[in-house]
Design a protein around this ligand. Sequence first.
Ligand SMILES: Cc1cc2nc3c(=O)[nH]c(=O)nc-3n(C[C@H](O)[C@H](O)[C@H](O)COP(=O)(O)OP(=O)(O)OC[C@H]3O[C@@H](n4cnc5c(N)ncnc54)[C@H](O)[C@@H]3O)c2cc1C
Ligand code: SF4
Length: 498
Amino acid sequence: MRRIAVIGSGATALAVLDVLVDRTDLNVSLIRPDRRLSSHGAKPAAGEPADELIAAAIGALRRELGLKFPPPKSHFGVMPERIDVKGWGKIWRSNLHGGLTQFWGGSMVPFTDRELAAWPITRADLEADYQAIAERVGITGADDALRGYLQDRFADLPPVKAIAPIELLIGRLSHVKSNGFDIIGGVPRVAVETRGERDNACAYLGECMMGCRQGAVFNALGAIELHRAKGGMAEECCGFAEHIDIDKKTVTIRREDGSYDHVQYDLVFICASCVHSVELTMNSLETEPETPISDNLILSFPVLYGGRIAAESRSERFFALTNGKLMLLPHAAGATPIFIQLYPNPDYFWQYNFPRWSWSMLHGLARTGRNRLFFARAYLASGHSQRYRMTKGTDGVELTLDQEPDTTRFFDHIWPQLRQNFSAAGFWVPPVPPLKAKTSSHYSGGFPMGGRWVGKDGALGNGAFLCDSANFPDCPALSHTFTAMANARRIARLALLG
Ligand SMILES: Cc1cc2nc3c(=O)[nH]c(=O)nc-3n(C[C@H](O)[C@H](O)[C@H](O)COP(=O)(O)OP(=O)(O)OC[C@H]3O[C@@H](n4cnc5c(N)ncnc54)[C@H](O)[C@@H]3O)c2cc1C
Ligand code: SF4
């Protein structure tokens, strides 16, 4: 019986486990952190008054961060661990069982051959695995203009309902031919349960930025726990993998109490998330990463709407994650697409920054405001975005800024035209430069597939495979977790055949 070790317990580990757990010829060990979300991060009881719940979550965050606009996305007041990038700021990583999908926004879009231009694999290599991951996770979608570009027939859950002004804007911008670029748009592609008959179907509570009480947003932890409950893993080793001896096929694990454990394997799949996996691979190969870690620059701007909205469309209830998606496709050869997501103005933004006693007074204002103001976030590909270099420091690894984001070569030329495209038929984008976010939480690269260390099949050699986005050759603008999961599944499938 072959011994298999899977390192990590988040989105990509789940994709790998899906391939392994039903095989009776494999002995699977999951190496994962012991830590879970603390008790105030647990899903609250149904029926608990929303304001009390939100106040408790916001209180926990405010004690940690103080006032902040926009406040961070959280899981009922808990944020993921952060690591400092010298010369830049903090970025996210996960030290929890279950990983970052406990906090994420659920956006899931496949890459096309245009996004994969610098990769040693094509969309055809990923197609079957995109399909399998979509079936496992459940992704919303529709037969709209965006489908013409993404070719994502597997995004087949009923679409989430957008707030009225975003629906109007998407309708207007879904097929635009412009000077220098085209725009296409469509409904959100999100890993959110929308089938009304399901217990956890989205109830449009609008609390998504703070945590979903319904459990409508997909979370890898529940699925991994289910594999465990069904006996899919022979063993779970709680601790952090510190080193892989690739010659001796041994993983060294540091437990929470400081003791060490060793796991022998025939095949090992590294799924510890980009930042952790680059560190582990660097320690194991005793080399510097081959490339910096890429992020996506996000440029946010407000959109105002002064037009008419039918009374029946002014709903109290709304979905607070991405309500619409646009792709901006430059005409210039080799120019990378920009991905734009549209977000409503959630109550959470002002509740976070105003005292609890003022909430009921501000609620009516916020409700009206939601039909008049929303936000766009434009994601740029890694060539124009910030990048981080990982090196060994005196006390573990250190991250330093390797490349500043650069909007001058590309976005600054597009911006006036883009504003014009948005600003018509009652919509208006103020003439102020978009706000740059510190991080998109989409990290990739370090040891790219087809590079010096990692094959196009994810192989590091002698039974070791790098499965998560640490193996991406670059970081296209589109949300990347869907591709990280599909590629991890592909790597595991091929490894078992080998
Ligand atoms: C606020 C936020 C919003 C986001 N929104 C989106 C979105 O809308 N769309 C999108 O595509 N992506 C989004 N992301 C990113 C997405 O969550 C990650 O890309 C995804 O979870 C990565 O999967 P992964 O398996 O690589 O890592 P994770 O899901 O983080 O899992 C890694 C696991 O490995 C464990 N681990 C780490 N090191 C070790 C070690 N040495 N030994 C053992 N275990 C280890 C971790 O604790 C964790 O359990 C978001 C992230 C954040 C923080
Ligand atoms: S609107 Fe957001 S918080 Fe409410 S049920 Fe849907 S996903 Fe969950």
